[in-house]
Design a binder for this molecule. Structure first.
Ligand code: NAG
Length: 445
């Protein structure tokens, strides 16, 4: 009996010691390669505060990014796995475009077998090509034009929804309104269904939208898909793409729009300029917005671009090295399976790329200044072959929405407005949502 206990203890101890050695060896990875890296925390690597829901991943990456001002890249550990954070914009360009063939893939999901992981953002090389080319026509100019009318058809609903807040003199949570609006739009444009999130207080789709991000995204997404079309469930790839269309199509523009209203509320003079431009474009077109006149909303687009620079929902994205890659002008060689991260938030907030980075300044995106932006330092939609497939769709949706809101209403800060907004630390890297909503006062002009 005694000896069994001793043997058992020895085995456990040996395993434990080996584990400690393994972790320590892992944490030497970047040192051995001469890559700058801050000290990891035992077992958690650099992700402790993220895992415990204390800080958003973007800020954790930003600490590493800032720790070595002149480095072209820095190393961190995702728990035990080394992850290279790319800082040098030229190298970002190489990875996303020039040497794309070495970085075809995103980092695979932990449970690759899950049916909803076969969507376009996650699919590896070959299947990605195939699906991307099949999905591209979804966002062709002709399709976009027909979606324009669908989107426009929600303007009245949005208008009366907001009007209720004006009449009842209640503060409005821009995050909630914009979430409902984009739920309706995506439901109609992509699924061809009336989700009625704005009209119906008890819309099950709005309820689902909330849950998609609040609890367990995948299981809830299945609920939606099942209620949408049971036949789709036979095809993992279609189902997965419906899921990403829904989540990217609902969450990304709604967060961006709510941040935009927040920034406009804090900068009344900019809000006034956007409104003036919208009024001018409407006047020139008999009071309505047309597909072609979207292009005349130049300043509005500058404002949205600046919103996306400061609060980009895709706060970072990852790539997987699939073919040996010697980093140019460096002795570091990436091997297949190595992970890397493009820290969009940090690149967008780097003084070297955007002077006075926390200042909301749409002029950075004027025709003239835009040319001066360093290549690959503005990554609101990513870049290269894997650039966001729906960027035009999103821009169109956001412009239509701002037109509807600003033409009649004025947004300003109120006692409930949180300045600055706290970011939800539990969000994934593809989301950058405010934690407590975006409370504003809305009044009629
Ligand atoms: C590497 O160095 C060469 C020569 O200085 C330069 O032209 C090139 O842009 C550099 N490449 C990267 C990715 O930094």
């Amino acid at each position: 009996m005694f000896s069994i206990a001793v043997i058992f203890t020895c085995v456990i101890l040996t395993i434990f010691i080996r584990f400690i050695f393994h972790v320590r060896k892992q944490y030497n990875f970047w040192n051995e390669k001469g890559v700058p890296s801050t000290k990891p925390i035992f077992f958690f690597g650099h992700l402790k505060d993220f895992i415990f829901g204390k800080r958003h991943l973007a800020f954790i990456l930003d600490d590493a990014y800032k720790a070595f001002p002149d480095a072209r890249y820095v190393g961190i550990y995702d728990i035990l796995k080394p992850n290279l954070i790319i800082k040098d914009p030229e190298l970002v360009g190489n990875i996303l475009i020039k040497d794309f063939s070495h970085f075809h893939d995103r980092v695979p999901a932990s449970s690759n077998s899950h049916r909803l992981n076969h969507h376009i953002a996650r699919l590896p090389g070959k299947s990605w090509n195939l699906i991307r080319s099949k999905l591209n026509p979804t966002f062709s100019t002709i399709k976009l034009k027909s979606m324009f009318d669908l989107m426009e058809s929600f303007s009245d609903t949005l208008d009366s929804y907001v009007k209720d807040y004006v009449t009842s003199n209640k503060f409005i949570d821009a995050k909630e309104v914009m979430g409902k609006y984009t739920t309706d739009v995506i439901g109609n444009c992509i699924f061809g269904l009336e989700f009625d999130a704005l009209k119906d207080m008890n819309s099950k789709y709005w309820d689902i939208s909330q849950k998609v991000f609040a609890i367990t995204p995948k299981s809830i997404a299945w609920t939606i898909l099942r209620s949408v079309n049971p036949i789709l469930l036979n095809d993992n790839i279609i189902a997965s793409n419906m899921y990403i269309f829904y989540s990217a199509g609902f969450d990304t523009p709604s967060t961006t729009l709510s941040y935009c209203l927040y920034d406009l509320a804090l900068h009344p003079e900019i809000q006034e300029r956007v409104r003036a431009e919208i009024m001018k474009v409407l006047e020139a077109n008999n009071g309505i917005l047309t597909y072609d006149s979207l292009n005349d909303l130049v300043y509005t687009e500058m404002v949205l671009s600046e919103t996306l620079r400061i609060h980009n929902p895709g706060s970072s994205f990852r790539r997987l090295c699939t073919k040996t890659y010697p980093i140019p002008n460096s002795s570091l060689v990436l091997k297949p399976g190595d992970r890397l991260t493009i820290p969009v938030y940090s690149i967008h907030h780097d003084e070297k790329n955007f002077p006075n980075p926390s200042k909301f300044d749409p002029e950075r995106f004027s025709e003239e200044n835009k040319k001066k932006i360093k290549p690959y330092t503005y990554l609101a939609f990513g870049d290269g072959p894997r650039i966001c497939i729906a960027n035009k769709f999103a821009m169109m949706e956001m412009k239509i929405c701002l037109k509807t809101l600003l033409k009649k209403y004025k947004f300003s800060p109120c006692s409930k407005t949180e300045i600055p907004l706290e970011i939800n630390p539990r969000a994934t890297q593809a989301q950058f949502p405010p934690k407590n909503g975006v409370w504003l006062k809305v009044s009629e002009i």
